[in-house]
Design a protein around this ligand. Structure first.
Ligand code: UDX
Length: 436
């Protein structure tokens, strides 16, 4: 099938490369000339495991091409995926300027049947607006459908999530659109949920907000655990075995970050507000998440008596492992707060340091975890990269000034570190019965 994907960000590029790998003819469209030139030269605009190989294969086997021309995209693809950015406005509302501009360009270039599919996360009723623009701009007598096919790709696992999804959501308003999309996804053999366009739009915002809410819920439970000396990991385990609850997204820590959760929770809150609904659960979700970052700063301060001139090693900067993405990363807020209190920061991240340098002036960026902990009064584990799982803590203890580990992701066994002579502070892991 011929497909065009407009927007070569994380969602667009993973979608395009995966569809090409399934045998479709894919044309990627982006108005950013530099990005398209780089992609043509085989360079990826961001890090995503396995993506580079997939893009190279698609290009070599002539199923994946790149262009800056929207009109060429419209000529090529019977199905046109919209994967342009929908960033947050200052009030949290989604900014749909890019979507509107692209839809106008697309609608004007349509000469024969086209199916326009929203893939970026958009507020409910965006599909109606797109359809309205198409009705006004597409030539008379030419049919055009609008559909919603939200993506659920996680950064760092985008390929896996695309090729083995839990479900495919298809919001359609015509039989033709439904059949085209079902045929497109057939090779994945995944359960498809076919709905109207508005319900599909809502499934995306509701899903992300629900996951964010689970994280804030367990982070609140973690606070109770700390007060009474219980272990949030055991609580999550016990809760998670109930199939109605599920264990996923019940990991307490420094809170969620990344491009999606913060933005989607804010946008969904705004959508509700506009409709006259006060979605209090979402407001609390965002508030708990912001407080979680500051709580970690407070705990470090309490453990060190004060922060002024204390050296703190931060391991991990990206908002989660296997990505170099720093958007809304808890590390940025936390490091800035620590520095405001006079702390000296030595940081290491396997992928995100180049980007972090611009965001965090005054931080010393180190070549390894071991270099970062040299002379440190405290080690904060911020992101649970694999390479931090098996650090040589005996060596680390010798390198640090004070043996203090603040584990923002509950990655380590408190007992193991305590036996090595470290003071260990996790999230929601109260001191055991006999040590209180
Ligand atoms: C998310 C959604 O999972 C995905 O379906 C959607 O399409 C895009 O947004 P992503 O932002 O890539 O994906 O990351 P995800 O793996 O969901 O993690 C988001 C944040 O929550 C990370 O900062 C992670 O560390 C944090 N998290 C996740 C927790 O703090 N606890 C958990 O139990 C799970």
């Amino acid at each position: 099938m011929n497909i065009s994907v407009i927007g070569s960000g994380h969602v667009g590029l993973v979608t395009g490369a995966c569809f090409a790998d399934l045998g479709h003819q894919v044309l990627m469209v982006d108005h950013d000339r530099k990005k398209i030139a780089a992609l043509k030269a085989g360079k990826m605009p961001f890090y995503e495991p396995g993506l580079e190989e997939l893009v190279h294969r698609g290009v070599e086997e002539d199923r994946l091409r790149f262009t800056t021309s929207t009109a060429e995209g419209v000529r090529h693809g019977t199905i046109i995926f919209l994967c342009v950015g929908t960033p947050a406005r200052p009030n949290g509302e989604a900014d749909l300027t890019a979507v509107e501009e692209v839809v106008r360009d697309v609608a004007q270039a349509v000469r024969e049947y086209r199916l326009i599919v929203e893939k970026s996360t958009v507020p409910v009723q965006t599909g109606e607006w797109i359809a309205r623009i198409c009705r006004g701009s597409v030539r008379r007598g030419v049919a055009c459908d609008v559909a919603s096919n939200p993506e659920f790709l996680r950064e760092g696992q985008g390929l896996q999530d695309f090729l083995h999804p839990d479900r495919i959501v298809l919001g359609v308003e015509s039989k033709r659109a439904k059949e085209l999309l079902l045929a497109l996804y057939k090779p994945l053999n995944a359960p498809a949920v076919v709905t109207d366009v508005k319900s599909a739009e809502l499934i995306k915002h509701a899903s992300n907000s629900f996951l964010a809410m689970k994280i804030s819920f367990i982070n609140s439970v973690a606070q109770i655990c700390e007060r009474v000396g219980a272990d949030v990991m055991q609580v999550a385990e016990g809760m998670g075995l109930d199939r109605r609850i599920g264990r996923a997204f019940l990991d307490a820590g420094v809170g969620y970050g990344g491009y999606c959760f913060g933005k989607d929770v804010a946008a969904f809150t705004q959508i509700a507000e506009k409709l006259g609904i006060d979605f209090q659960l979402l407001k609390a979700t965002a508030r708990v998440n912001a407080e979680q970052r500051q709580r970690l700063v407070k705990r470090v301060e309490e453990a060190l008596w004060n922060l002024n001139r204390k050296t703190i090693a931060v391991l991990g900067l990206s908002f989660k492992p296997d990505t170099d993405d720093l958007r809304d990363a808890p590390s940025i807020d936390i490091i800035r707060s620590l520095r405001q209190e006079g702390a000296v920061i030595r940081a290491f991240d396997p992928q995100a340091m180049a980007q972090a340098k611009a965001l965090l002036p005054g931080v010393t960026f180190c070549k390894s975890a071991y270099e970062a902990v040299r002379g440190a009064d405290c080690l904060i584990l911020m992101t649970e990269w694999n390479e931090f799982k098996e650090l040589e803590f005996a060596r680390i203890k010798k390198l640090m000034r004070q043996p203090l580990v603040v584990d923002g992701r509950n990655l380590y066994q408190p007992k193991t570190l305590q036996q090595l002579g470290f003071r260990y502070i996790g999230v929601g892991r109260g001191e055991p019965w006999d040590q209180r």
